[in-house]
Design a protein around this ligand. Structure first.
Ligand SMILES: *Cc1c(COP(=O)(O)O)cnc(C)c1O
Length: 371
């Protein structure tokens, strides 16, 4: 195909868009950097893995079932969600990770000329999906590392269809308390769809932290996202869900492709919902290790911000991309934050004590220029 023809076929917003480059698989990275093993501290995965009940499902999965299409609307998983959150099962939509749900919502509500509003330093997928779908994303600067309600309200115009709020925010760990959130929703007053991304909901143990599920009835423009990738340790199976009023969810469902959530993911996720012990165990681990790592960072004189979620962020006296390369030669993958518009900051997922010790040890060597 002549190059000029291809260029004529590509919309400008696709030409402009810079594709995300995923990291290479562990075996390839280990070979390249000569490290015997690799600790991935870049994706906020649960170091304890999936709950026991999900592990049992995965171990006992009958291979023949792989040849049969899954339930097209995750029937049993949605019934279980309905019971758990005391909502109707049709108020849920399950997707191939919460990432897929972002594009469903944007497809359902945005048309030519529309925009979305979110923060400039948050989960980047909202902005990416909007941009490569041809919609503007209006990015409001964080205020004290958190979402700025006033700034967001000011950014809304008559072409704004969706507002994305990440609560707690990835990567800063800040959150809106119940009053901040309800005041904000009162002032949006139903003019836009408000997506409340609660990917780290199960990690937060604070009195004033709002549960989006309980606000849907009062705010029918609210859409709540949850995922099985973080607390429930099922990131590799790809399953997340959204909840909203029946009318809103019926609208979003029109844009979703059936069968995108596989059989094993549906079964493992359904089983995971019963296991609260897994949540307590994970929370304890995160709390202990976060304390350990923040004390160590203070000892090393490294400026850090530690909030909710299973990660924390800190600023280095060297370039974050250089730090990334140094860490990987020592068998550790971190998230360099230039891509999140936090140059020279890195984000690290909290893991087991042994891995956190190795991380601090490596950081100390890097800071003392010994690697
Ligand atoms: C990880 C994450 C998601 C997406 O998770 P999936 O694996 O696609 O379910 C969504 N939002 C935030 C803020 C996240 O950190």
């Amino acid at each position: 195909m002549p190059y000029s023809n291809l260029q004529n076929l590509i919309p400008d917003y696709i030409k402009k868009f810079e594709a995300y480059t995923p990291s290479k698989p562990d075996d390839i990275l280990c070979k390249t950097f000569h490290c015997p093993h690799l600790y991935r501290l870049n994706n906020n995965e649960n170091p304890l893995g999936p709950p026991q009940a999900s592990q049992k499902i995965i171990k006992e999965f009958l291979p023949f079932k792989a040849s049969v299409y899954p339930s097209g609307d995750s029937y049993h998983l949605r019934s279980k969600l309905g019971d758990k959150f005391n909502l109707h099962h049709d108020q849920f939509l399950v997707g191939n990770g919460a990432n897929e749900l972002i594009s469903f919502v944007i497809k359902a509500f945005c048309e030519k000329g529309d925009n979305i509003v979110t923060a400039d330093k948050t989960f980047a997928v909202y902005e990416w999906v909007a941009e490569f779908s041809g919609f503007q994303s209006k990015l409001v600067p964080l205020l004290n590392y958190g979402f700025d309600p006033e700034g967001i309200l000011n950014a809304i115009d008559n072409k704004t269809k969706i507002i994305f709020i990440c609560n707690p925010n990835n990567p800063t760990g800040t959150y809106w308390d119940t009053t901040t959130l309800t005041n904000f929703l009162d002032r949006v007053n139903g003019r836009q769809i408000v997506v409340l991304d609660e990917a780290y909901f199960e990690f937060v143990d604070k009195e004033d932290y709002p549960n989006g599920m309980n606000l849907i009835e009062r705010y029918p423009n609210l859409v709540v996202f949850r995922t099985f990738s973080k607390m429930y340790g099922l990131a590799g199976l790809r399953v997340g869900f959204l909840a909203g009023t029946i009318d809103v969810v019926d609208t979003i469902r029109k844009t979703c492709v059936v069968y995108s959530v596989n059989v094993l993911a549906q079964e493992a996720a359904t089983a995971a919902l019963d296991d609260d012990t897994h949540i307590y165990k994970t929370r304890n681990l995160i709390k202990t290790e976060k304390n350990f790592i923040t004390e160590e960072l203070s000892r090393l004189g490294v400026y850090h911000i530690s909030g909710e979620g299973c990660y924390l962020m800190f600023k280095l006296p060297i370039s974050d991309t250089l730090a990334y390369r140094k860490f990987i030669t020592q068998g550790i993958i971190i998230r360099s934050m230039t891509g999140f518009r936090f140059p020279n900051w890195i984000r690290v997922s909290i893991s087991t004590h042994q891995i956190m010790e190795k991380f601090i040890d490596t950081l100390e060597k890097i800071l003392k220029k010994r690697v």
